[in-house]
Design a protein around this ligand. Sequence first.
Ligand code: HEC
Ligand code: HEC
Ligand code: HEC
Ligand code: HEC
Ligand code: HEC
Ligand code: HEC
Ligand code: HEC
Length: 310
Amino acid sequence: MSFKKILILVAPLLLLSFVTPQEVFSQESANCLICHSAMKGRLKTAAGVLMELNVDTDRFQASVHGFLSCTDCHLRFSDNPHSSPDARVPSELLSISSEISSKYPVDPVAAAACDSCHEVIYQKVLGSVHGRNITVKNQTDGALCLDCHGSPHYITPVKDVNSPVGRRLQAETCGRCHGDKELNEKYNLEENVMESYEESFHARKLHLGHTGVPLCSSCHNAHDIKSKDDPDSPVFGKNRLETCGKCHEGANEKFIPAITHKPAGPIPYYTEKLLIVLTMGVFAFIVLHVIAEALSDIRDAIFRKKEGSE
Ligand code: HEC
Ligand code: HEC
Ligand code: HEC
Ligand code: HEC
Ligand code: HEC
Ligand code: HEC
Ligand code: HEC
C-alpha cells in the first residue's frame, strides 16, 4: 500500500479523533438519557424524598458540564433498575457526602463530587457561614452549590445573562433566602438587606446598565462568605477600606460607613420627615398666597365696577 493510500485511510480517522470529544457527548450519558430524557414526573425515593427523574438532553448538552459523563458525578446510584458502577468512591468525597446528606438526600455523593474538580471552591464554601450552617449547626438553611448555581444538570457559565449568580439575577438568588422574613428572624439577621440594596445608589445604577457597580458578591465574596462580625469578613471594620477601595480609590474611614443595610437611624429619619413637612408647608403657603391674591383681585374688580356704576 502506498503512503498516499495509507494517508487517505488514516486521515478521516485522525480527523474524527479530534472532532469527537467536542461534537458528540459521552456515549455513556447518551445511554442514561435514553431513559432519563423520556421519563417525566417525580418519584418518591425509599426515604420519602421527591425526585425529578427527567434530564433534558439539549439543556444538559448545552450546560458547562455537557461533555461530562453522568457517572463523573453519579459515582454510584440505586441498584434498581440500574446496577451501580463498581468504582470505589474516594474517601474524601464520602466524608463530604456524609456532612451534606441532610441537604441533598437523593444523591449526596453526586453533590459532593463537585469537589473532585472544584476543590478549592468547595473547601471555601464548607468553611463559609453558609457551609457551617449545615456542617456545624446541623441545619439545612445555608446555601450550597445548587442553591446558588441552580439545577446540577443545567449549570451555565457565570458570565451568561441567565446565570443565577450573574449580573442580572444574583440579587434575586441571594434574596430568595435573605428576603425571607422567617429566615431572618431565625438567624437574627437584618430584615432590611434586600430593600436597602435595591434602594442604594449601586443597585439603581445597576438597573440603568452600569457594569462597574457591586453585586452582593463584590462586597461579601461568592464562596468565602463570612458573618459581618467575623474579623475575616470583607465588611468587618477596617476591611471595608480595601473592599470599597477596589472601586473607590482612596476610600477612607469617613467614606466606608456610607453603605450599610440598616434602616436609617432616628435622626436622619426625623430630619427627612421634618424636611417633608417644611417643604409641604412652604408649598401650601405659596398656594394659599396665590389664591388669596387672586381673590383680592376679584374683590377689587367687583368693587371698582360697583364704584364705577354709581
Ligand atoms: C432503563 C432505564 C434507565 C436507565 C438506562 C438509567 N436509569 Fe437512572 N433511573 C431509572 C429509574 C426508573 C429510576 C428511579 C429508581 C427508583 O425507583 O428509585 C432511576 C433513578 C436514577 C437516579 C436517582 C437516584 C437513585 O440512586 O435512584 C439517578 C441518580 C440515576 N437514575 C442515574 C442514572 C445514570 C447515571 C444512568 C446511566 C449510567 C441511568 N440512571 C440510566 C431508569 C433508568
Ligand atoms: C455535574 C455533576 C452531575 C452530572 C454531570 C450529572 N448529575 Fe445528575 N445530579 C447531580 C446532583 C448534584 C444531583 C442532586 C442530588 C440530590 O439532590 O440529592 C443530581 C440528581 C440527579 C437525579 C435525581 C433527581 C433529583 O430530583 O434529585 C437524576 C435522575 C440524575 N441526576 C440523573 C442524571 C443523568 C441521567 C445524568 C447524565 C445525563 C446526570 N444526572 C449528570 C449531579 C450531576
Ligand atoms: C452563596 C452563593 C454561592 C454558592 C453557595 C456557591 N457559589 Fe459558585 N459562584 C457564586 C457567584 C456569585 C459566582 C460568581 C463569582 C464572580 O463573579 O466572581 C460563582 C462562581 C463560581 C465558579 C466560576 C468562577 C470561579 O470563581 O472560579 C465556579 C466554578 C463555582 N462558582 C462553583 C461552585 C461550587 C462547586 C460550589 C459548591 C461547593 C459553589 N460554587 C457554591 C455563588 C455561589
Ligand atoms: C469532572 C469534573 C467536574 C465536576 C465533577 C464538576 N465540574 Fe463544574 N466544571 C468543570 C469544568 C471543566 C468546567 C469548565 C467548563 C468550561 O469552561 O466550559 C466547569 C464549570 C463549572 C461552572 C461554571 C464556571 C464559569 O467559569 O462560569 C460552575 C458554576 C460549576 N462548574 C459548578 C459545578 C458544580 C456545582 C458541580 C457539582 C454539582 C460541578 N461543577 C462538578 C468540571 C467539573
Ligand atoms: C457595597 C457593598 C455591599 C453590597 C453591594 C452588599 N452588601 Fe451586604 N453588607 C455590607 C456591609 C458593609 C455590611 C455590614 C453590616 C452593616 O453595617 O449593615 C453588610 C451586611 C450584610 C448582611 C448581614 C446583615 C445583618 O446585620 O444581620 C447580610 C445578610 C448581607 N449583607 C447580605 C447582602 C446581600 C444579599 C446583598 C445583595 C443583595 C448585599 N449584602 C450587598 C456591604 C454590602
Ligand atoms: C439557601 C439560602 C441562602 C442563599 C441562597 C444565600 N444565603 Fe446567605 N445566609 C443564609 C443563612 C441561613 C445564613 C445564616 C447562617 C447562620 O448564621 O448559620 C446566611 C448568612 C449570610 C451572611 C452572613 C450574615 C451575618 O453577618 O451573620 C452573608 C453576608 C450572606 N449570607 C450573604 C449571601 C450572599 C451574598 C448570597 C448570594 C450570593 C447568599 N447569602 C445566598 C442563607 C442563604
Ligand atoms: C465593584 C465596585 C464597587 C464597590 C466594591 C463599591 N462601589 Fe460604591 N460605587 C461604585 C460605582 C461604579 C458607583 C457609581 C459611580 C457613579 O456613577 O458616579 C458607586 C457609587 C457609590 C456612592 C455614591 C456616589 C459617590 O461616589 O459618592 C457611594 C456613597 C458609594 N458608592 C459607597 C460605597 C461604599 C461605602 C463601598 C464599600 C462598602 C462601595 N461603595 C463599594 C462601585 C463600587
